[in-house]
Design a protein around this ligand. Sequence first.
Ligand SMILES: *[C@@H]1O[C@H](CO)[C@@H](O)[C@H](O)[C@H]1NC(C)=O
Ligand SMILES: *[C@@H]1O[C@H](CO)[C@@H](O)[C@H](O)[C@H]1NC(C)=O
Ligand SMILES: *[C@@H]1O[C@H](CO)[C@@H](O)[C@H](O)[C@H]1NC(C)=O
Ligand SMILES: *[C@@H]1O[C@H](CO)[C@@H](O)[C@H](O)[C@H]1NC(C)=O
Ligand SMILES: *[C@@H]1O[C@H](CO)[C@@H](O)[C@H](O)[C@H]1NC(C)=O
Ligand SMILES: *[C@@H]1O[C@H](CO)[C@@H](O)[C@H](O)[C@H]1NC(C)=O
Length: 325
Amino acid sequence: MKLILFLTVAGFCGHALCQQDDTYFWMSYLRSYWLGYSRFADPSPQRAQGRDCPLECECPPNFPIAMYCDSRKLKHVPFVPSRMKYAYLQNNRITFIQEGVFDNATGLVWIMLHRNQLTDEKIGENVFAKIINLERLYLDQNNLTVIPSPFQDPTNAFEGMENLTRSLKGLQSLTLLDLSNNYLKKLPEQLPGQLHQLYLEFNSINTIPNEYFRKLPKLQFARLSNNNLTDEGVPSNAFNVSSLIELDLSYNKLQKIPPVNSNLENLYLHANQIKEFSLGSFCKVVDIMNFSRLRVLRLDGNSIPLSALPPETALCLRLAAVIDL
Ligand SMILES: *[C@@H]1O[C@H](CO)[C@@H](O)[C@H](O)[C@H]1NC(C)=O
Ligand SMILES: *[C@@H]1O[C@H](CO)[C@@H](O)[C@H](O)[C@H]1NC(C)=O
Ligand SMILES: *[C@@H]1O[C@H](CO)[C@@H](O)[C@H](O)[C@H]1NC(C)=O
Ligand SMILES: *[C@@H]1O[C@H](CO)[C@@H](O)[C@H](O)[C@H]1NC(C)=O
Ligand SMILES: *[C@@H]1O[C@H](CO)[C@@H](O)[C@H](O)[C@H]1NC(C)=O
Ligand SMILES: *[C@@H]1O[C@H](CO)[C@@H](O)[C@H](O)[C@H]1NC(C)=O
């Protein structure tokens, strides 16, 4: 079965398609393939799609709540018809989002905008105002940045981010926000309180505001790997939040293990500059009743001597199946 599928896909090679070395492209291609619909049907595809479908997109008749506008060099976001729940806009050349494009599609639950060239100042402050049911927003691999322009007041770090922050704030159903692979130096100031997953890896974030994660009481998965975090930029209890299950802080510049909540199950701290193993970061008290729920702890790529592990480690980290030093 796998082989047949592979050959089917490989059969398209030689056409312009294969130059788009892009996994998302193939994912969405395969999705439309499984749905019994190929947008590549040539030369006169049966465009049996609703009249409301934007010309530059495909709206498969047998999946009437999805709009495929990905991988077609678009520079703008087409108007999204009201019936849509899924908008695939990734892998284009979109640099801005006009006000109003999402306003009719109040039922939208997913918007894929990754792999574009969006900058924060070009995201109108009300673009997401009407789509209060949105659950997932993918903005990764864009040009979002808060690097202050010469015209901005450098003392107001959030200034360049105002629009993005304001436009995200109203998304009260949002559970997943992917802002990874951008040029962010700061965290977005106010995020929707329902977030479960926040992805910020591969940015240049160097500080975490005080109490930042306490304002996200549902947050379970936080990824901040490959940023510029230092001990100075991280308030002491920044990550001691009881909702967190997974925290990725790998590839930063931390020198200490930050205190984490005993509910945390996966902690990635590899490739930092940690020199000491502080058991107190996991367990303030160690006894029969008080222990850490950590199952995976990665500390490799630091300079912690094995001898640094105190004997109580086994009691505190009694559930840990993997500890990489
Ligand atoms: C938005 O929805 C309204 C009401 O359903 C409709 O009249 C209008 O034509 C829609 N706008 C666009 C641009 O499709
Ligand atoms: C986005 O970043 C890429 C790579 O750095 C650059 O080539 C492109 O011009 C940028 N686009 C915008 C709109 O800033
Ligand atoms: C916010 O967006 C508007 C367009 O909606 C733009 O004119 C303005 O410059 C943006 N402001 C900032 C601070 O980016
Ligand atoms: C990380 O921070 C240092 C200063 O602490 C700075 O020199 C460097 O440019 C930053 N790196 C990035 C990728 O922002
Ligand atoms: C985390 O915070 C709680 C209070 O919310 C505190 O009891 C606990 O000792 C803290 N954990 C660490 C490792 O500092
Ligand atoms: C230790 O565990 C007991 C029982 O679960 C709890 O009441 C107590 O608050 C814990 N102590 C600390 C410091 O977490």
